[in-house]
Write a protein that binds this ligand. Structure first.
Ligand code: ZN
Length: 322
């Protein structure tokens, strides 16, 4: 059997064909092409899935199930997207709308995209073999997916598990959610870019200016690239960013102490440059001290495919739960 995984985004929709082990066999991307109706998007997704099967010389008879990850708050039990800003969806019955367009009856699963990424890493990526993992996706925003003792934790009303919106600086920077001082406002790619801009203003001689000019804009990469070239102001930005991120991670460890915390999203591509100093900062602050065994920090391994692979494995996650 193969499994279809759909990663719904505001700009692009990615659809992947995954085997029982979570290996991505083939994928394709279609534009979300907003503004258009959610029903039209569902129709497009099912048609694209048909083309994907054809390209692999497979039929719908060989498909075991279909999973979809959506950005926003999702009720996985009813299969409803409660709210997705990027797609402008409110109370959209995604599961039902996909299921009724399929050429044959199949189980359909839906989840929030950060939870889907966590399922991917848990069953087929960096956290394979662990029982408890928190996956932090450091992108434009900050998403988090929590699996504790082999169960997804999403809160009683499906809106919980949002570590990006945990306040780390009371009365601090304004966050996209309207609250002040959230982890996301400091330790997402957007937060890092803001920290970089501020330091650039203070340091007119910093290499960050020429790097940003060459890259066409100030981005989450600017300070890291400047630091690698020996720039002191760049190092200061990265150090401050890592302090904020470490603060959030220590809070997660102190609350849940999962076996693993895996970092994904664009900023995680920095690899050891991010991970090694972060481990050091975290170990200095965790409750109980660094001499006791505690949560390991890793980089996610599925990269941009985590959404498709995780979505395709939502059925498997459900089986493990039941
Ligand atoms: Zn927030």
């Amino acid at each position: 059997m193969v499994h279809l995984g759909v990663d719904l985004g505001g700009t692009t929709i990615k659809i992947g064909l995954v085997d029982d082990e979570g290996k991505l066999l083939r994928s394709l991307a279609i534009p979300t092409a907003l503004p258009r109706s959610a029903q039209a998007i569902c129709q497009d997704v099912v048609e694209a899935a048909g083309r994907l099967l054809e390209a692999e010389h497979l039929t719908w008879e060989q498909v075991g199930d279909l999973g979809a990850g959506a950005p926003g708050t999702v009720d996985p039990n009813r299969g409803v997207v409660l709210y997705a800003t990027n797609l402008d969806w409110w109370d959209f019955p995604l599961k039902e709308e996909l299921a009724r367009r399929l050429p044959r009856p199949l189980p359909v699963y839906v989840q929030n995209d950060a939870n889907v990424a966590a399922v991917g890493e848990y069953l087929a990526g960096s956290a394979k073999g662990s029982a408890s993992v928190v996956v932090l996706t450091i992108g434009t925003g900050m998403g988090s997916g929590i699996i504790l003792n082999r169960r997804m934790l999403g809160g009683h009303y499906c809106g919980g598990g949002e570590f990006g919106h945990m306040v780390i600086a009371q009365g601090g920077r304004l966050c996209s959610c309207g609250r002040k001082g959230c982890l996301e406002a400091y330790a997402s790619a957007t937060g890092l870019t803001n920290l970089t801009r501020e330091e650039m203003e203070r340091a007119p001689a910093s290499l960050m200016h020429s790097i940003a000019k060459k890259q066409g804009k100030v981005s989450a990469r600017t300070a890291f690239d400047a630091m690698k070239a020996g720039d002191a102001a760049g190092s200061r930005v990265v150090d401050l960013f890592l302090d904020y991120l470490a603060c959030g991670i220590v809070n997660i460890i102190n609350a849940l102490q999962p076996e693993l915390i895996c970092l994904g999203g664009g900023v995680s591509k920095e690899g050891d440059t991010l991970l090694l100093p972060l481990r050091e900062k975290v170990s200095r602050e965790i409750y109980g001290g660094s001499h006791l065994p505690s949560t390991r920090l890793q980089i996610c391994t599925l990269g941009n495919d985590a959404g498709m692979i995780g979505a395709a494995l939502l059925g498997r996650m459900q089986e493990l739960r039941d």
